[in-house]
Each structure stands twice: as C-alpha cells, then as structure tokens.
Design a protein. Sequence first.
Length: 280
Amino acid sequence: MLKNKIIGLIGSGNMGEAIVGGLIAAKATDPKNIICADIRAKRLQFLKETYGVKISSKNTEVAKTAEVLIYAIKPQMVASVLMETADFIDMSKLVISVAAGLPLAAIEKMLDKETRLIRVMPNIAALVKEAASAVAAGKNADTADTDIAMTIFSSIGKTVLVKETAMDAVTGLSGSGPAYIFIVVDALADAGVKMGLSREEASFLATQTVLGAARLIIDSGEHPGQLKDKVSSPGGTTIAGIHALENGGIRNTLINAVEAATKRSQELGQMTAAHFSEPQ
C-alpha cells in the first residue's frame, strides 16, 4: 500500500520522528521514500543519519515531491505553512494533518481547493509505538485514503476510524489521557512509599501494574468490570481498596476530566476555525 509512495513530513519533531521510526521499523516503506522538512538543520541531519531518510530545509520541496503529505506541526504554525505550500497541493496528493484541534473545514477553507484530507489525533505514546490514534476522513477522502492513514499510524500504535465530530472527545480521552494515567501511577507510587516501600520499588510496581492491567484487558477481551470482579474476593483486600476509590469519587473525577478536556478542545477548535476564517 505504501511501498512505492513518497511520504513527506512537514515538521520533524517528536511526532514526526515517531512516525518515521514507526514506518521504518514496521517495514511499511523504504527510508528512501520518506522526505522530511524542518526549520532546524541539525534536526534534519539527525534524521538522515539515524533513519536514512531524505531531508529538505524547504517545505515547498516536500509538498511538491510527496504523494502522501503529513503536516506534523503545531496548530499555530499551520496557517503560514499551508499558505506556503498550497500551490503544490491538489487531488493527486493525500494530505494528513496531526495538528491538534484543527478542523478539516479550516484546512479546506485555507487551501480553497478540492483536497483529499485526513485528520489524525495520536497521543504521546507514539514515542514508544503505543499510541492510540483516531483517524477522521474529509469529504474527498475515500476508503483507500483512510487505509493509507490507518497503515501509517498503526506503525506507532493502534488506530480507530471515527467521524470528525468525535475528535474533541478523542482529544479529551486518549489525547489527554496519558497525563491522567501519569497522575494515577504517581499517586500509586506515593501510596507505596507511604506504606513502607522504597521510591524505586513503589514506582516499578505501580508502573508495571498499570501496564499489566491494560495488557490483560486487551488480550483477554473481557470487560474491565469482569476483570475487576475476578480479583475482588469477598471480604478481601481488593474490594476494600475499591470501596475507598469509590468513596473518593474516582469514577466521577475521571469522567469530569474527560468532559473538561473535551469541552476545552471544542473551545480551542472554535478559536482556531475563527482565526482561519480571518483574512490572512
């Protein structure tokens, strides 16, 4: 699917590098078929030496060359970069945006032309190839286009196809979600230290416990509630701990966190769309 396509990345920071590394590790394409652009010469040289990809200091060169063009840049940079590269974008290219909170309609308005667009929301776990990425297709993108996007982002984790209207909820759940889990792990480790474990022991046990629990849910296919019941013996330690969690409102707190992050994503998206609607 990707073997003979030229993949271009505009923006080669952490996410850009994660995509490059994932594609190469998965043997989804050859390094010679990837071209990266960035404003930092040292960064580009690092990518060339590390992964064997082609590099360019010019966004326009990447936009002109690539068949699949990925904008892996910050939302506030998108307007200027789109204007810079717009002349090289047409229906022959698949354009993928990973700019957080940026609606497809805003990109379409800025380009002012028919374009095959895909929007993707990955998360920070892309750095260890365990990202949860949501893919949403624009009006001109077909099944083959979404398959390409899914293949690319499956190289850095797992993907799911959603409607773009769900992207704010995706941001609130999986986009921001790693931060919630970091807090949970940190709190569990603190609890272990309080109860007599060393910081090193507590951090290891907390981290491995979260990792193992997630793997058990994925591999078993069972509902988390069923797995919780399996380890909750009558009158035992686990049910006592669960009671304390419920008493502290853990479910309500996590639901509120996702809701708050979703609403903030909606607000930021509206602000971004309004900015793109202004004369540039």
